[in-house]
Ligand binder design. Structure first.
Ligand code: T4K
Length: 389
């Protein structure tokens, strides 16, 4: 491995960090603080704090309208929303998922004694490769969970035709894809249902939270029961369930944030474009492009280190972090390299070659509210110096 050039003015060589305060990949947008505090006071005055309160119901309506979808079922986290959707769809046996994703996608299955079967990704899209999905189908397969990684919509048509051919259920982990489209159709309208995450690090957040979007009335009704212990009315339990409810205060953060969502997306687009321009002459990293014909939220600025780089991805990330640029290696190692999956499938890497290769090259750069053109230029200058040999 080549050493980083020790003559450069870098924090790893003893210089002061380029940024005095850290830059993050997941800095939350806070929206209109006065509005949030007004909503909070109303909640406290009403003394109705959770259990399908009016703020949660209003937020569900706003999110469903935003996505042109019949139902938004709000939950306490994206992970619980995944677990409930998986159970409501009655998935069992084996379910095909990518390994190149956040660990929650696989855990939501394993947690419910369902076997996640990892299929490889298309290295260009970072999403499931339909041909690889087809190869992993067995008589025990009951479903496919696609992930719209980085908000770029998966190959929904090809996956749907495989699901139809083998009579499998199809759902999507849309944790990154709030507001995103494929051929103009908004997320929420693909497969049987799609799961959003509203975690604090997402560009639209409710502190913690998530939701399932669906056009299936019956499925929505089942999930509403499941997130509230199966209660139908005060004393009547008609379904197995858990506590997946979103609180009123979380929904108030969501209602605040949804007011400024267009502004936040505009800002994210500006940051992405600034990176795109600044990186245009840097041959050592490739910026993952968003399709400008579609609606994107531009939440993640993702680069892949190319073969031209004289230094490794890890050397770049470590050096950036020393400069207070808290870039991340999402999603490394892949799920099949993490426990319990590394014990269950020790040889999975041999057929997940694209997943492994991509996971070893990706760097997610700081984006979001704290970034502006000048900071982007400075981050890119550091990358330029680091990879200049
Ligand atoms: N499916 C997919 C594909 C997902 O990516 C996720 C979540 C899920 C499902 C599950 O959804 P949830 O159950 O989480 O709703 C973060 C998030 O915790 C996680 O929600 C997210 N994906 C994942 C991609 O990123 P970490 O471990 O990287 O978070 P952390 O604490 O290191 O924070 C990232 C950066 O953001 C740091 O620089 C610190 C900064 N930050 C973080 C928080 C929480 C802030 O500035 N303020 C904050 O409040 O997982």
């Amino acid at each position: 491995m080549k050493q980083l050039n020790t003559t450069h003015d870098l924090a790893i060589n003893g210089a002061e960090p380029a940024f005095t305060e850290p830059l993050h990949v997941g800095r939350p947008s806070i929206g209109d603080r006065e509005l949030f505090l007004r909503f909070t006071n109303e909640i406290l005055d009403r003394q109705w704090l959770t259990n399908n309160g009016p703020v949660v119901r209003e937020l569900e309506g706003r999110i469903a309208d935003y996505h042109d979808v019949s139902h938004c079922v709000a939950m306490c986290s994206g992970t619980v929303a995944l677990e409930i959707a998986i159970r409501a769809l009655q998935l069992k046996g084996e379910v095909i998922v990518p390994s190149y994703t956040f660990i929650a996608t696989a855990h939501a299955l394993h947690w419910q004694a369902i076997t996640p079967i990892f299929a490889d990704i298309d290295p260009h899209t970072h999403n499931l490769d339909p041909a690889a999905v087809r190869r992993m189908i067995t008589p025990r397969t009951t479903g496919i969970i696609g992930v719209h990684l980085w908000g770029r919509i998966a190959a929904v048509e090809a996956l749907q035709s495989i699901a139809d051919e083998y009579q499998l259920k199809l759902m999507f982990d849309a944790a990154h894809a709030f507001g995103c489209t494929r051929a103009g159709t908004k997320v929420g309208n693909f497969g049987s249902c799609e799961v959003l995450s509203f975690h604090a690090t997402k560009f639209f957040h409710t502190f913690e939270g998530g939701a399932v979007l669906t056009n299936d009335d019956e499925l929505a009704e089942t999930m509403r029961l499941m997130r509230n212990f199966g209660f139908s009315g005060v004393d009547n339990v008609i379904h197995p369930g858990t506590n997946g409810k979103m609180t009123e205060i979380a929904a108030a953060m969501g209602l605040t944030n949804i007011q400024s969502i267009d502004k936040v997306i505009d800002h994210n687009r500006g940051v992405y474009q600034a990176y795109s321009e600044a990186l245009a002459d840097v041959a050592t990293v490739d910026l993952l492009a968003y399709d400008e014909e579609e609606s994107n939220n531009y939440q993640y600025v993702v680069v892949e280190v190319t073969d031209n780089s004289p230094v490794t991805r890890d050397q770049i990330v470590d050096a950036l972090q020393a400069e207070n640029v808290l870039a991340r290696r999402y999603f490394w190692p892949c799920c099949h390299r993490k426990k319990p999956y590394s014990d269950l499938y020790p040889n999975a890497g041999s057929f997940l070659l694209n997943s492994e290769r991509v996971s070893e090259r990706v760097i997610v750069l700081p984006a979001g509210p704290e970034m502006d053109d000048e900071r982007v230029d400075r981050v890119v200058s550091i990358i330029r110096v680091l990879t200049s040999g």
